[in-house]
Each structure stands twice: as structure tokens, then as C-alpha cells.
Design a protein around this ligand. Structure first.
Ligand code: ADP
Ligand code: MG
Length: 457
């Protein structure tokens, strides 16, 4: 058994444990990895610093017991981040457990089953890419060849590629291979190396077998094929071979074939033979739908209210990977705080480092909040909260008005700083105060005084 399989057994066992909720499992365990078991220690890689303490304090016994069950030995647990491995993990003393067939690299599809069409959320920005991907999946080698998917990072290209591969494998006997262009380069480079590992392994045959003996080739991030001309020309031959046999080729890139200047013209021309589809950044509606789908998949749909979803959808940008990161962070934060309910305040606190409001303590918005709060004898936390009681809501409206007239912050930015309000709510508040000043002399005086205190007039 190797470490990966030990750990996947470990994870599936503890997932079933009654004392571990699915939220806790998801938050604290789902992204862990076993680096190695060595010299009485189990080195476990965790995604964030907070996992180290939380796991050690709360789950030490559970993990140790489970490891004893799986391996028969007792290990001291060492939690560490991926980037700490090099500096903190000593060279192995014990042999790595045997891996089956270790000298014959096996060709496998490299497909990740977690990426499917079912969990790909479709909206305006990606519906063409989705439709093209599905029709290729249903008719490999027949509809669009090659299919060329391109768009910025984090928009779902890799997801769609795996979805195509998984679909084809589920519906036919076709052999599918997914590789990144880096893997392709590595495999190719090995064919040129003198074989000195005594295994008599023929990498040229391996390469041919791997890349020619397939029905569907998915090659991800082709922009990294780079200027390596030998590799490019090998890819060109591989492409032609497969293409002439009506094998399906699917390529992704961060830019269109015409903008892939590092590639030779003859390759770019071939990409033009098929279908090129651009995948665009998701709009607000799609972002919200993706967030909903992700939290439903984690069975958290009842724990995360709508305003929090809107907050994430409005403030984390258009990269879906970042949206996912925000959800993970929020859930981790709420478990760490031991709070059962995730509300907007908690979300704002959890995400304050990731959401770039550009607002710091020293700037105008913070100063306005402070001065207005002091004037009305309420706390800055309250003015920044969602609380609706009138002794807080009214000063908040005044402060939003002052931010609008005295700083250059936009309505959405101001909204973020005042309880994550929608920009239309901010606009409405500003208008309301503007109108009231005209008819209410007292209010006009208060505003004048506040403006003087703020002192940016
Ligand atoms: P790219 O390859 O374009 O950089 P990925 O396919 O790796 O992007 O997507 C980044 C993350 O966002 C993945 O976890 C993926 O599952 C998720 N994702 C992207 N688009 C969608 C979508 N439309 N529906 C669901 N998840 C998505
Ligand atoms: Mg990708």
C-alpha cells in the first residue's frame, strides 16, 4: 500500500465517524494529504495554517487511532503546509512502501471524476463552451475536431475537459488520455534520455503507446508547450496521427489560437480546422448559481443565507477558483469560531483579507465611520453592521451620505463597508439624506458640523 491509498482509506473511514460532522470533515480533512510515514512520524499536509492547531487540538486521537488501525503502528502526528515540506521534513530513513509495478509506468487516463457535466453550472458566459463540450463528448471524433477551449484562468476549462473525458469513458470503451502540456513535454524529454536506470525500459515505446494508442487526447494549457520546438514538432506529429485516424483532440489555452504566438503556424492552422470556443468570466447571476451549487454539494445550503451568497458573489471577482476559495475559507472560519450559523458579519470578518476593499484604518471611509459613530454615541462595529434598529440605521445613512459626497468611493464600495449592502441600498440612503437636508435645518446643521470634524471639505 502506498501513502495515497493509506490516506484515501483513512479519509473514507473517518468520514463515516459519528463524532465528525460532514461540515467538520469537509473543513478540516478533505484537503489533507499524507506525505509519508517515517521514523515513527506521520507527516500530514494541511491547506492552511489554522488547520495545524485545530487538528492537533481536536482530532489528534482520532487520527492516531485510525492510523493504528490501518497500518498497525503508532505514529506521532506532524502537521505541515506544503511549502514547509522542504525545510521541515528530514530525508526518509525507512523505505517507501512498495508500489505495484514500480518500473513500468502505467498509462492511465489521468481523469478526475469530481469534474462532471452534472456539477458544471451553465450561464450566459459559458453556455457555448458547455454545449460544444457536450456535443464532443457525445460524438467524439465526429463533431468538432479539434475542440479548442480558451479563456482566462479559473473559468472552468480544465473542469470541462475532465467532464468530456469522464463522459466518454462512461458511455463507450474509448481510451481517453488527459495531460497538461507540461506532462507532454516531460514524457517527450524522457524519450531522448539515455536509459540508465537498468530497468531496460523503453521510453520511446512508452511514449508512442501512450500518445498514439488512444481515442481521445485532452491536452490542457497548451500555451505552456512554449518555445520548445522539438516538443512542438512531436506534438504536431502526435496531432496529425490522431487526427488522421479521426481520434478526438481537445485542447485548452489561456488565449485564442491566433494569439498563441509561441506556437508554430502549422500547429495554429490545425487548431483552426475545428471549433474554437471562448469561455468568458461569469456574471453575477452565474457566480451566485455556482456558489449555490458548491454549498449544496457540501450539504451546507441550510447554513449559508442568501445575503452571504450575494456578498461572496459581489466581492470575490470573477475567477471561480477564488469563489471556491472564499467558500472554503468561510466554512473553515466558522468552524474555527465554533459558530453554528454563518451570517453576513461572520462572512465579512472571515473574508476581510481576501476581499480587497482597498479600505484601511487610515482612509476616509474609516474616519467618517469613526466620527459619525462618536457623534451619535454608537460603536464603529454597529455602523459597519447590518443592524436595522433606527438608532443605528440613521447614523449609518448619514455616514454613507458623507462617504459619497466626501470621498471618491463608489456606491458598491461604500456598501461593502457598511454591512455588505447592495449598491442600490446605498444610493437610496444617500438620496434620502440629500432630500431631508433640504427640509430639515437641524439635520443640515449636523451634517455641516460632521463635515467640519471630518475635515476634508
Ligand atoms: P481553468 O482550467 O479555466 O483555469 P478550472 O476548470 O480549473 O479553470 O476551474 C477552477 C475551479 O472552478 C474548479 O474547481 C472548477 O470546478 C470550478 N468551476 C469553474 N467553472 C465552473 C462552473 N461553471 N460550475 C461549477 N464549477 C466551476
Ligand atoms: Mg486549467
Amino acid at each position: 500500500m502506498n501513502y495515497d491509498s493509506i490516506w484515501s482509506n483513512f479519509l473514507s473511514d473517518i468520514k463515516e465517524k459519528a463524532e465528525l460532522s460532514s461540515l467538520a470533515y469537509q473543513t478540516w480533512f478533505s484537503e489533507t494529504k499524507l506525505l509519508k510515514l517515517d521514523n515513527g512520524k506521520a507527516y500530514i499536509i494541511v491547506p492552511m495554517p489554522m488547520h495545524k492547531r485545530h487538528l492537533a487540538n481536536n482530532y489528534n486521537d482520532l487520527i492516531s487511532d485510525e492510523l493504528i488501525k490501518l497500518t498497525g503502528s503508532n505514529y506521532e502526528l506532524v502537521f505541515l503546509l506544503e511549502e514547509e515540506v522542504e525545510s521541515e521534513v528530514p530525508e526518509s530513513r525507512e523505505d517507501v512502501p512498495e508500489v505495484e509495478n514500480k518500473d513500468i509506468p502505467q498509462v492511465n487516463s489521468n481523469l478526475k471524476s469530481i469534474y462532471s457535466f452534472d456539477n458544471f453550472v451553465v450561464g450566459n458566459s459559458n453556455k457555448f463552451a458547455h454545449a460544444a463540450a457536450l456535443s464532443v463528448a457525445e460524438n467524439p471524433g465526429k463533431m468538432y475536431n479539434p475542440l479548442f477551449l480558451y479563456g482566462e484562468s479559473g473559468l472552468g476549462k480544465t473542469h470541462l475537459m475532465h467532464a468530456i473525458g469522464n463522459y466518454i469513458q462512461a458511455h463507450s470503451n474509448k481510451r481517453v488520455l488527459y495531460v497538461t502540456s507540461e506532462q507532454f513535454i516531460q514524457d517527450f524529454i524522457r524519450t531522448n534520455r539515455k536509459d540508465d536506470d537498468e530497468s531496460n525500459f523503453n521510453y520511446v515505446d512508452f511514449f508512442k503507446n501512450k500518445y498514439r494508442n488512444i481515442d481521445v487526447l485532452l491536452i490542457d494549457d497548451i500555451q505552456f508547450l512554449g518555445g520548445a520546438t522539438k516538443t512542438q514538432s512531436e506534438f504536431f506529429h502526435t496531432f496529425n496521427n490522431l487526427y488522421n485516424d479521426s481520434k478526438q483532440i481537445i485542447i485548452s489555452s489561456d488565449r485564442s489560437p491566433n494569439d498563441l504566438k509561441v506556437l508554430e503556424d502549422r500547429l495554429r492552422t490545425r487548431f483552426n480546422w475545428g471549433l474554437e470556443v471562448n469561455i468568458f468570466p461569469p456574471d453575477f447571476e452565474l457566480r451566485s448559481a455556482i456558489i449555490r451549487k458548491k454549498i449544496a454539494a457540501e450539504k451546507l445550503e441550510n447554513d449559508i443565507p442568501d445575503d452571504v451568497i450575494e456578498y461572496i458573489a459581489s466581492n470575490t471577482g470573477t475567477n471561480v477558483r477564488q469563489l471556491e476559495g472564499a467558500i472554503t475559507r468561510l466554512v473553515a472560519y466558522s468552524s474555527m469560531m465554533g459558530s453554528a450559523k454563518i451570517d453576513l458579519d461572520l462572512a465579512m470578518e472571515a473574508l476581510k483579507d481576501t476581499i480587497s476593499t482597498g479600505i484601511t484604518e487610515k482612509n476616509d471611509v474609516a474616519r467618517i465611520q469613526k466620527i459619525v459613530s462618536e457623534y451619535f454615541s454608537i460603536s464603529v462595529e454597529d455602523i459597519r453592521s447590518k443592524k436595522r434598529s433606527s438608532n443605528i440605521a440613521f447614523p449609518r445613512q448619514i455616514a454613507m451620505y458623507l462617504c459619497r459626497v466626501m470621498t471618491s468611493e463608489s456606491f458598491p464600495r461604500i456598501g461593502i463597508e457598511f454591512g455588505g449592502k447592495d449598491h442600490s441600498t446605498v444610493m437610496h440612503s444617500v438620496e434620502k439624506i440629500e432630500n431631508e437636508i433640504k427640509v430639515n435645518k437641524d439635520l443640515a446643521n449636523i451634517i455641516e458640523k460632521l463635515k467640519k470634524d471630518i475635515g476634508v471639505v
